[in-house]
Design a protein around this ligand. Structure first.
Ligand code: GAL
Length: 642
């Protein structure tokens, strides 16, 4: 990617008369925009009739960008097949679990396994690539848009056949599949591959392993589509990097670890969700996740919003300064590009109430002033580009585990692995400790502390990986209902948590989901979950009223592993994590001040940048690692050397 921080948003000029385009690029320059994503939803404008292409208007768009020194994340327009496509090929429309075939009139109206969709998508992608492969505006391929946002799983007959092929590849024989899926249960034994279906609507609970494999297959099917487009683009433009925008931290239908591995640079979209209080911490989680997906290297924030979105029950506008704080948080956590959906706020269509860089009211607005000021600030922070964030702590997260736990027959529906992961991450955030996310089988060397908030499913390799980390001196904290089943959702027998009984020095006989919070001996509260556990080699650090352990610590090899058998309240969880951080020698970037985020990015040559972002309404004094003090005004942020 070019020098400096990429700044801009999705530009959808096809929504506007051509007279506005010159004004658009002039305003882009005024706002410091140096990059836009174009062509994302242009399929019906580029190929208005099947096989008939109209690139004239898009040539002018690309030329305008080049003339104005603005780079293009050039999209393949495959996320929204035109009406002619579904009209001609209705068999390619997606089908839901109840057998309803969906119609066109929105976007992502295609079955991911449809051969005809793939053929037409690759053809239009090829046309775009052939036309613009040498265009000076082309910087990055933006393949498709948010794979799986709306059509992550299709249950049609084509998908069923593709699912069977995928299963044949995974299991080889029906006997192996029957064993892995536990089909002796409820008389589900398959005697012919043709009998296997996607988990369509059934009278009662579906087979959990079938459901889990279908989630895996569905994610793979979309990744395969990305790879097909990427490979085609690579043939034509081997030197142009390719990405697609993930929805890391928000949507869990795609296996982001597997997907990221296929990209030249990871990009992701992030939108604030829910109530105002502390939603910047959820943002930090997504940013840390994006950085981790890109192996710690700088990544690209492909979309966020300048203010309100339009798809929540109540769409909160951003308060003055929030746009800047949000953007600087992404930057602090490793982004080398800060982009928005979208450049000019739409006049029509389903997203006309979604904020943009250039709002309906024009340039004499809070949003425009903040957008232009941010453009100038990011230009001045160009030296940050290329620097990285070092974390001593990793938090383990795996999509397969989230998917397996999603089955409706669990001990409680109230234990949410994603919410737990975010809660633990938030506790570290409040302590000022920067944290990576990692797949359970990832290389953990380099970390001092690994936390496992709630990982129901773990493979043998993942289980051994964590043990090995502790054996070599690492510190570990594991939350309840972790290490319970193998990769086929089969219970690990002999006492829970089967994968980590030795590591934790604990054996659990039975789960006791809670209907109300309970008090522990320490005065802390536990909620949602409790367990009847017995220590084998661990020491007990806190107990239930019954005397059974709530918090334990086990020496293991050269390291130690803490275990929690309930969801501790936030303060008690912070205490456990602080204990583990102390034992592991992990400290905050700067002494933590409530509501103030401090993160460091560094270059290998020693130049480093300390981002101090004050999310509170009070001025704050931050003690820098060098021992100085910097005052960060309420709602303000500073970036200083250090
Ligand atoms: C994203 C999508 C954009 C736009 C945005 C609105 O999911 O990629 O096209 O719809 O959401 O928040």
């Amino acid at each position: 990617m070019p020098d400096g921080i990429a700044y801009g948003g999705d530009w959808n000029p096809e929504q506007w008369p051509e007279e506005t385009w010159e004004q658009d690029v002039a305003l882009m320059r005024e706002a410091g925009v140096n990059r836009v994503s174009v062509g994302i939803f242009s399929w019906s404008s580029l190929e208005p009739v099947e096989g008939v292409f109209d690139f004239g208007w898009f040539d002018r768009v690309m030329d305008l960008l080049a003339e104005n020194g603005i780079g293009a994340n050039l999209a393949t327009p495959t996320a929204s097949p035109p009406p002619w496509f579904s009209d001609a090929y209705p068999q390619a429309l997606p089908v839901d679990a109840d057998g309803r075939r969906l119609h066109h009139g929105s976007r992502q109206g295609f079955c991911p396994s449809s051969p005809i969709y793939r053929e037409k998508a690759l053809r239009v992608a090829e046309q775009v690539a052939l036309r613009y492969r040498d265009h000076p505006a082309l910087v990055l391929w933006h393949v498709h848009n948010e794979y799986g946002c709306h059509n992550a799983r299709c249950y049609c007959d084509t998908s069923a056949a593709a699912f069977r092929d995928w299963l044949r590849g995974r299991y080889g024989t029906l006997d192996v599949l029957n064993d892995a899926w536990g089909t002796a249960f409820w008389s589900q034994r398959y005697s012919d591959w043709a009998q296997i279906l996607p988990p369509r609507a059934t009278p009662s609970l579906p087979n959990p392993a079938q459901q889990l494999d279908f989630r895996r297959f569905s994610s793979d099917a979309l990744i395969e589509l990305y790879v097909a487009e990427r490979d085609l683009l690579k043939q034509l433009t081997p030197d142009v990097p390719a990405t697609t925008n993930l929805m890391a931290g928000a949507h869990w239908d795609m296996d982001c670890w597997a997907f990221a591995a296929e990209m030249d640079v990871v990009s992701t979209d992030h939108y604030l969700i829910g109530a105002r209080r502390e939603r910047h911490i959820d943002l930090a989680f997504a940013a840390d996740y994006a950085r981790s997906l890109n192996g710690g290297r700088p990544w690209l924030l492909m979309e966020h919003s300048t203010s309100a979105v339009n798809w929540q029950p109540r769409n909160l506008a951003k308060t003055p300064g929030e746009l800047r704080r949000n953007s600087l948080t992404h930057l602090a956590r490793g982004a080398d590009g800060i982009m928005f959906f979208q450049w000019r706020q739409s006049r029509s269509g389903a997203e006309k109430w979604h904020s943009a860089m250039l709002p309906h009211a024009g340039t004499d607005t809070k949003i425009w002033r903040e957008v232009a000021a941010l453009g100038a600030e990011l230009a001045a922070l160009g030296d940050v580009a290329g620097s990285t964030v070092k974390a001593d702590v990793a938090l383990l997260l795996d999509h397969s585990s989230v998917w397996a736990q999603d089955h409706p027959a669990q001990p409680t529906a109230e234990l949410d692995p994603v919410e737990e992961a975010k809660r633990w991450h938030a506790a570290l955030w409040r302590a000022g400790v920067t944290c990576d996310l990692a797949h359970p089988e990832a290389d953990l060397t380099g970390y001092r502390l690994v936390v496992v908030p709630q990982l129901y499913l773990v493979s043998d390799a993942g289980a051994a990986n964590l043990e090995e980390f502790a054996r070599r001196g690492g510190a570990v904290v594991v939350g309840p209902y972790s290490g319970i089943v193998d990769e086929h959702d089969r219970v690990r027998l002999g006492g829970y948590p089967g994968a980590w009984r030795d590591l934790l020095g604990v054996s659990v006989e039975e789960f006791f989901p809670l209907d109300e919070p309970i008090r522990l001996a320490s005065g802390a509260t536990g909620s949602v979950w409790s367990e009847a556990a017995r220590v084998t080699t661990a020491k007990v650090l806190d107990t239930y009223a019954t005397g059974e352990p709530a918090w334990t610590r086990n020496e293991f090899g050269d390291g130690a592993a803490h275990y929690l058998t309930t969801l501790l309240d936030d303060a008690a969880l912070a205490e456990v994590l602080a204990t583990a951080c102390r034992e592991a020698g992990v400290s905050a970037v700067a002494a933590s001040v409530a509501g103030v985020e401090v993160v460091r990015r560094s270059h290998p040559d020693g130049r480093s940048f300390l981002f101090c972002i004050n999310h509170t309404t009070e001025d704050a004094a931050v003690t820098t690692p060098a021992g100085g003090t910097v005052t960060v005004a309420a709602g303000d942020a500073v970036v200083i050397p250090g």
